[in-house]
Design a protein around this ligand. Structure first.
Ligand code: KIV
Length: 265
């Protein structure tokens, strides 16, 4: 199987082929998920909630992400390995460089950070030094206390325009991928069509270039309330965990996931 790197994802965008991303936190799942051909295995700071049991991603540390990145790197076969820079680990360019270097040394191929145009100097510094960056706009869970809750972003016209401007600013600063979380589907479609870089959606409709889900959501094992944008691919699946992951892949590739019931308008 071909090793997935950024040019492959850019090529898929050109050919309008959808790609998949799942969060993964350990070697065993990394082995299954990358073995089935998920293009990006992602050590997300969602581990603070689904692994550590916190009520937000804010308590997650760089040490936590390094620890899980090392595990995923050992299990990964051919996927691109993306790792999250956690809360306050990139609030200055110096911090971003230091902490991103730790994630890359642990086995990441690209780092992800949350926020808009204010990140341009950090993105430029990272990419100039050979560290690819994925942006993250829309609902940015590290800012949950500023946002006031896990709410859809970009519904009003000014907020939607700001989001588009931030997406372009990040691209111009050098990000190679962008996650859009919990935004109206039409806005996500417009941004995906405007940007030359691949856009990965979560709660952003079916028209982004790729789709990401938190693994525990995709397996229906996240404790508590299930996000509207997620789908349990495991319950009732006769082929178990592998079957659930394969179904996620098939539904993303055929654009049947996300369906209308998973979208925001
Ligand atoms: O940490 C995470 O899991 C995320 C989502 C986009 C899946 O950032």
């Amino acid at each position: 199987m071909k090793t997935i790197r950024l040019p492959h994802l850019f090529d898929m965008k050109q050919k309008r082929e959808k790609f998949c991303c799942l969060t993964v936190y350990d070697a065993s799942f990394a082995n299954i998920i990358s073995g089935l051909g998920v293009e990006i295995v992602f050590v997300g700071d969602s581990l603070g909630m689904v692994i550590q049991g916190h009520d937000s991603t804010v308590p997650v540390t760089v040490d936590d992400i390094v620890y899980h990145t090392k595990q995923v790197a050992r299990g990964n076969q051919n996927s691109m390995l993306m790792s999250d820079l956690p809360f306050m680990s990139y609030s200055t360019t110096e911090q971003a460089l230091h902490n991103a270097a730790r994630l890359m040394a642990a086995g990441a191929h690209i780092v992800k950070l949350e926020g808009g145009a204010w990140l341009a100097p950090a993105v430029q510094a990272l990419t100039e030094r050979g560290i690819p960056v994925c942006g993250h706009l829309g609902l940015t869970p590290q800012s949950i206390h500023m946002l006031g809750g896990y709410k859809v972003q970009g519904r009003e016209q000014t907020a939607a325009q700001l989001l588009k401007d931030e997406a372009v600013a990040l691209q111009e600063a050098g990000v190679q991928l962008l996650v859009l979380e919990c935004v109206p589907s039409q806005l996500a479609k417009d941004i995906s069509e405007t940007l030359r870089i691949p856009v990965i959606g979560i709660g952003a409709g079916k028209d982004t270039d790729g789709q990401v889900l938190v693994l525990h959501d995709a397996l229906g094992i996240t404790p508590g309330r299930k996000p509207k944008f997620s789908k349990d691919f495991l319950t009732g699946n006769p082929a178990g965990v592998n079957g659930a992951i394969q179904q996620f892949i098939d539904e993303v590739k055929s654009s049947s996931f996300p369906a209308a019931e998973h979208e925001f308008v």
